[in-house]
Structure formats: structure tokens, C-alpha cells
Design a protein around this ligand. Structure first.
Ligand SMILES: Cc1ncc(COP(=O)(O)O)c(C=O)c1O
Length: 479
């Protein structure tokens, strides 16, 4: 049977005061809601029948209340358009306070900037290029076909459909060797790292190596999870594995495809050395493949995981390929770790919306993610080329690191020029937000002088002006 309030369309919260006169109480509650602006002018109220059913009152009580308030000018009533809140005469209500402009949280922050004209900090893809139409179409398909069970809690490890899709996609696009049973869906790589922490504790691991420079949040999270953290230097070939071998690290967190933030790629030799380290010591490798889809000059470098699926925990995310707001990431674990994690997490609730998981699975299966990535790759490659040509033309003393892939590059500053802090302050002073690279080092003394340029951050129309503003701010410092 159709519920009496079905089609109501508006959930009306009314505090009915206790005491004599139900109708008087309803009138007061409605007057208060209109006066305070909680019900803005133009709001269409539920039909008297629906509101009566909702509040457990007689329909006549509600109709009489509506009539009374129409007479008082609080409401208007027109045949065909129902009962609406009237525009009240009198002082213009104070406008709702504008929400403070929240800037996206950053993986590594420069101090908050008062006036930001342009944002070239790393950490975000171009949010304006999110494939809204593709996501919407996939959502429609999912909502049209998902069984009712999809609206339940879903398995903690992630919906099977997404895990199957990811296992196939990661094999095809990134060379990851895995099965749906070994995939765990997580709310971002940050949460994935917390899951990895559970596995590491389970294995009695105490010390985790991280590349230096590194993402400060990850070191903080690993420390909070009770691990000792050893920063291991990075050079032009990536992680210096020989220095890792000299530490008591039980596990190593690496970004092999595109070191964060320097952008170097782990060389084939170092890849082999790292895998040999894991075999020799029983150490575990945690691969953060955060932007592996974006490689510009040749075929993407496959995931390290494919070299030794039994010793490497692979992590990926949609935060660069689609949008960090989705909070959708995944792990592909060695079988024994997947089993351990399942046992440890079996009683937990899933961290990611099941519907969003199904939408992502549809987006991948329909080929829409691949199409989006092809477009995004082209756009970011053009931007990267623009950065390189602008610097070569106007600032020939500055070099770029890590431009072959990813969404960020480091502008290396000459050691005999102004300090990094002076350059950052000067650029910020021109309204351009940018990070210095030293904030990514455990000991800033070891850092080169540099600026981490997130060239994907601006929207397409804002990129060229942002780059121009940056170059214009740098020219007087290096001429
Ligand atoms: C090095 C690195 N790994 C992973 C991520 C993605 O993290 P998440 O999936 O939690 O957004 C980022 C995002 O900024 C990153 O910089």
C-alpha cells in the first residue's frame, strides 16, 4: 500500500510544544520556522494530508493551521501550486554567513597564504576535469541494475565486483599480478597504509624505511601506528637500496614509478636490488603507485609488484587518476597477508560506499576510465611541456627533476642564489602558492634547493596564467 506520506518530498522538522491546543502548537511551530528563516520563502510545504500523517494529527487540524497562517501572511496558497512560505515584509534577513573558503588539505603544506591567486602546490589533479558525465552515466547504470543487497553493508574487503574488476584492470594497465581474493578496497591510500600497518604488526615488523624526501603525513601515520621510521636517501636512480640494506628496516615504503616528490623513476638495476633485499632479509616492500597511470614520454613503467608478488604489497588510488574526494583506493597483497588482513578486519565495517565501489567498477568496465586517462594524460603532458619550454626560455639556470611522469616536477634552484625560503616567500608574495622541497626531508640540510610544482592543480583555463605568474616572480631572482 502506498504510504500516506509517499511523494511528500519534504521532510519538515517541527517542534510541537506540549500543552493545550494541538493546533495552536502547530501554528507556533510553523510561524517560528518561517520567521527564523529555517523555512525560506518559496518553500513548498507538504500537503495537509501528508503532514497530518507525518505528525499523527487530524488532517483538518493541519488544513486549519495552513488557512490561519495564510491569513496572517506567513504562507501563500494557490490552487495547483499548494501551500508555500510567503516572502515576509520587514527587515531583510541577514544573509547566511558565507562558508569560509576551505582550501583542499594538502599532502605537504606551505604555511597558509592570505591571498592566493594561483595554486601550484602538488597533491591534486585538475579537479575541474573530473569526468562528471561518465561518473553520472555509470551511477545511473549501477542504480538501475544493482540488486537490493548492494545497499547493505557489503563485505569489509570491498565488493567482489570491484575487486574482480580491479584485479583485471591492474594486471592489464599496471602489470600487477593478483586475484580478487587478494585485493582490499580502502578509503584512500592513507587508510590503506593503516591496513598495511596491521599486517606489519602481525608480522612483528618494527621499523619501516621511507624514501627521503617523503610525504610527511605518511611518516607521521607510521609513527603513530607504532613503527620506527628510517628515511633512506634517493638519487637519480631512485632509492639507494645499499643504504636500506644497512638499516634494520623490516619493510620499505617506495614510490617506484615516480618518486614523491622528486619524480625520479626507480631504475631497473635498483628494482632488482630492492627485490633481492626483500628476498635476502625477508623484508616486505610496500609499493605506493599513486600516479602510475601518468607517464608521458614512453610506455608507463609497470608496477614493481609484478617482479615479486609474494613480497610486495601494492597500493593504488583514484586520488590522481580521478579525484581525491572519492576516497577510493586499493591494496593488492601477497596471499598470506590478504588472509591475515581478512582475519584481522573481518569484524570491521567496510570503509568505502558500496555504491561508489560499483560505480568505479562500471567506469572501468565500460572503458570510460581509460578514455578519461587518455584525455588527462594528453592535457598534463602539454602542461609539462609548457613548464619545460617556459623555464628554458626565461630561466635557463633552473633545472627540472622528474618531468617524465606524474603530476608534479621539482624546479631545482642554484645553490649560489637566494635561499629556498626566500624564493618561496617571493613567489608567494606574487600570489602564487608553491611548496619548497625541503619540507619533504627529515633533515632540511640534506635537501637540494627546490620548488615542488604541481602543474595539474589549476583548472585548464588557469594553468597558463599561473605558470606565467610563477615565471614572472622568478625572473628578477635569476637574472
Ligand atoms: C605519494 C602519494 N601517495 C599517495 C597519495 C594518495 O593518497 P590518498 O589515496 O589517500 O588520497 C598521494 C596524494 O597526494 C601522494 O602524494
Amino acid at each position: 500500500m502506498r504510504k500516506p506520506w509517499a511523494g511528500l518530498g519534504l521532510d519538515l522538522h517541527l517542534e510541537l510544544s506540549a500543552g493545550p491546543g494541538v493546533r495552536a502548537g502547530l501554528e507556533d511551530a510553523l510561524r517560528e520556522a518561517v520567521r527564523s528563516g529555517r523555512l525560506p520563502p518559496g518553500t513548498r510545504l507538504p500537503s495537509s494530508r501528508a503532514l497530518a500523517a507525518d505528525l499523527g494529527l487530524a488532517r483538518g487540524t493541519v488544513s486549519q493551521t495552513y488557512e490561519q497562517l495564510v491569513a496572517e501572511g506567513y504562507l501563500t496558497s494557490r490552487p495547483g501550486s499548494g501551500t508555500c512560505v510567503a516572502v515576509l515584509p520587514g527587515p531583510v534577513p541577514e544573509p547566511a554567513r558565507a562558508e569560509p573558503v576551505t582550501r583542499p588539505p594538502r599532502r605537504a603544506g606551505s604555511e597558509s597564504l592570505e591571498t592566493i591567486g594561483f595554486d601550484l602546490r602538488p597533491g591534486l589533479p585538475d579537479l575541474s576535469s573530473f569526468p562528471r558525465a561518465g561518473w553520472l552515466a555509470a551511477t545511473r547504470r549501477v542504480l538501475g541494475s544493482a540488486p537490493n543487497a548492494a545497499f547493505g553493508y557489503g563485505p569489509w574487503q570491498g565488493h567482489l565486483e570491484l575487486r574482480e574488476t580491479l584485479a583485471e584492470y591492474l594486471g592489464r594497465a599496471r602489470g600487477v599480478v593478483t586475484t580478487p581474493e587478494r585485493v582490499v578496497v580502502c578509503a584512500g591510500f592513507g587508510q590503506a597504509l593503516a591496513q598495511v600497518g596491521m599486517v606489519l604488526h602481525h608480522e612483528d615488523a618494527r621499523v619501516v624505511g621511507v624514501e627521503e624526501p617523503f610525504l610527511p603525513e605518511y611518516v607521521r601515520d607510521l609513527r603513530r601506528a607504532g613503527f620506527g621510521v628510517r628515511p633512506i636517501p634517493v638519487d637519480d636512480e631512485g632509492l639507494r637500496v645499499a643504504e636500506l640494506a644497512a638499516t634494520p628496516a623490516d619493510a620499505m615504503l617506495v614510490t617506484p614509478a615516480h618518486q614523491y616528490p622528486l619524480g625520479v623513476t626507480l631504475s631497473p638495476r635498483r628494482r632488482a636490488d630492492l627485490v633481492a633485499w626483500a628476498d635476502r632479509t625477508g623484508g616486505l616492500i610496500i609499493e605506493d603507485d599513486y600516479d602510475g597511470e601518468f607517464r608521458y614520454d614512453r610506455q608507463p613503467v609497470g608496477a614493481l609488484q609484478g617482479l615479486h608478488p609474494d613480497r610486495i604489497i601494492y597500493g593504488g588510488t583514484t586520488s590522481k587518476s580521478l579525484a581525491p574526494g572519492l576516497r577510493l583506493a586499493w591494496l593488492a597483497l601477497p596471499a598470506r597477508h590478504a588472509d591475515a588482513l581478512r582475519a584481522l578486519g573481518a569484524d570491521a565495517d567496510p570503509a568505502v560506499s558500496v555504491i561508489d565501489q560499483l560505480v568505479l567498477a562500471d567506469l572501468i568496465r565500460s572503458g570510460e576510465l581509460d578514455r578519461h586517462l587518455r584525455r588527462a594524460r594528453l592535457r598534463y603532458r602539454r602542461r609539462r611541456d609548457r613548464v619545460a619550454t617556459a623555464l628554458a626560455a626565461d630561466l635557463p639556470d633552473l633545472r627540472l627533476s622528474g618531468i617524465a611522469a606524474g603530476l608534479q616536477t621539482v624546479i631545482l634552484l642554484p645553490e649560489d642564489g637566494p635561499s629556498e625560503a626566500e624564493v618561496v616567500a617571493s613567489v608567494n608574495g606574487r600570489g602564487v602558492a608553491i611548496d619548497g622541497v625541503s619540507g619533504y626531508y627529515a633533515s632540511p640540510g640534506r635537501s637540494p634547493r627546490g620548488l615542488v610544482l604541481g602543474y595539474a592543480t589549476p583548472a585548464e583555463h588557469g594553468f597558463e596564467p599561473a605558470l606565467r605568474a610563477l615565471v614572472t616572480a622568478l625572473i628578477p631572482l635569476y637574472r
